[in-house]
Write a protein that binds this ligand. Structure first.
Ligand code: LLP
Length: 430
């Protein structure tokens, strides 16, 4: 449960009035709640206690150093997808030996870097990648720990761009071919150590059934691999959905009592534990969104209002470069005024400054009739918010703030124009 709520007519994160952060840091600014992240980590720990379960936080969801540091301090491992993310883990004080490295196109330089740092395991996506890691490990005189990502061909019923577990996707190795591939590794790739098996069927799953179906489908293979190759872990991936529509209200116990259908860490755990426990293996779980998604809001200021023939637009100072989810995945994020309004709602589009029609954060939405100068909070912004931001239209990356009780800390300075153009050269200047 998150820690954003109105208190005395002003939206707060934990004990801090968001208006104060906007005044001090400006907008757009992402504001994270430390308490929310730590509470959810603890809930994972407790819910998965019957298993030998370990969290590998999916760094791509939010990779700010302070957030990674917070998790590293709690002994969390990390699921990474690039040499850059591995660099971030080390830089944030994380332990590379707790990192699993996924991704379909790891380069030689990335593989060498990961082997030098002694990561826990490569999660591989193709036979050619395995052969390349085998070659590099041989050259380096080491054995590379590997698992293969199996594609169980289970539809996650989520947005098509974030479905990954069907054979229409580029990810993983078809379940029909996985046993032959493991036999090939064992027979032909002497510099690899078969350490586990991995899967991940998609992101923002709001239903437990696809997780259960995929686990039921793959568990017999895992048991066989334990026998044959002595694998030590099964990573079941991430994907647990969060609350987008209803986010602010979901900060209260009552909301959860009224929404028993909503997937929770506990209900997810309860549905999978009976299937996993008999395997007697280490289970890795790779949540990204569920650990940080509802833990942040992005503050933005209303700049203008325009009433057209067909629509009313509220222009804000944040664009699709700051949060691309509505444009890319038809993502829905609640938008609330930081100073509470009473009864003056209006149907409007909330749009950004970018020169693209896709640059909206909300369309045909019943929202408070905010006026220019007012600060708004876009909810559920912690996952794939800042981490997917760009400088499109030469817009500096937003600031980030971490709230801790009634204190807050700047955890990323707003980018400057000098930083954006740093590295650009006129011909001959290099
Ligand atoms: N493990 C693997 C192998 C993944 O590919 C992903 C996410 C995760 C774990 C973490 O999934 P999560 O628990 O966060 O659902 N940008 C999209 C989401 C892309 C997810 C990519 N893979 C969005 O904003 O909805």
């Amino acid at each position: 449960m998150h820690s954003f709520a109105y208190k005395n007519g002003a939206l707060h994160c934990e004990g801090v009035n968001l208006q104060d952060i906007a005044a001090a840091v400006g907008t757009p600014t992402f504001v994270y709640s430390k308490k929310t992240i730590l509470d959810d980590l603890e809930e994972f720990r407790q819910a998965l206690a019957p298993l030998d379960a370990h969290i590998a936080y999916a760094v791509k969801a939010c990779s700010n150093k302070a957030i990674l540091h917070l998790m590293a301090q709690r002994g969390v491992g990390f699921d990474i997808v690039s040499g850059g993310e591995l660099w971030r883990i080390v830089n944030a004080g994380g332990d590379p030996t707790l990192c699993t490295y996924a991704g379909v196109a790891k380069t030689e330089a990335e593989i060498r870097y990961a082997l030098e740092l002694g990561i826990y395991c490569f999660n591989c996506e193709s036979e050619n990648e395995l052969r390349e890691i085998n070659r590099i490990a041989g050259e380096m005189g080491v054995k590379a720990p590997v698992a293969v990502r199996v594609n169980p061909n289970v539809d996650a019923h989520t947005h098509k761009y974030i479905t990954t577990g069907t054979n229409e996707n580029k990810f993983g190795v078809d379940i029909s071919r996985i046993e032959a591939l493991y036999a090939t590794i064992a027979a032909e790739m002497p510099h690899l150590h078969i350490k586990g098996l991995q899967m991940h069927i998609g992101s923002q799953l709001t239903d437990k059934q696809p997780f259960v179906t995929a686990i039921e489908k793959v568990a017999p293979i895992v048991a066989k691999f334990k026998e044959l190759y002595g694998i030590e872990f099964w990573s079941i991936g991430g994907g647990i959905g969060i609350v987008y529509d209803g986010c602010l209200a979901s900060g209260s116990e009552e909301w959860w009592a009224e929404h028993p259908e909503q997937i929770t860490i506990r209900s997810y755990a309860e549905s999978i534990i009976p299937l996993l426990r008999p395997l007697g293996l280490k289970i890795l779980i790779e949540p990204g969104r569920r650990l940080v998604g509802n833990a942040a809001a992005m503050l933005t200021t209303c700049v203008y209002e325009k009433k057209g023939e067909a629509k009313t637009f509220k222009m804000i100072d944040a664009g699709m470069n700051d949060i691309i989810r509505p444009a890319l995945y038809e993502g829905y994020h609640e938008i609330w005024p930081v100073q509470q309004h009473s009864g003056d709602s209006i149907v409007a589009d909330i749009v950004g400054p970018i020169c693209e029609s896709g640059d909206f954060q909300a369309q045909n939405r019943l929202v408070a009739d905010v006026k220019p100068g007012e600060v708004l909070a876009e909810m559920s912004a912690g996952a794939y918010g800042f981490s997917m931001a760009s400088t499109y239209n030469s817009r500096p990356l937003a600031a980030e703030v971490l709230v801790d009780g009634d204190k807050w800390h700047l955890i990323r300075r707003r980018q400057t124009m000098e930083q954006i153009v740093e590295g650009e050269l006129l011909p001959g200047e290099a």
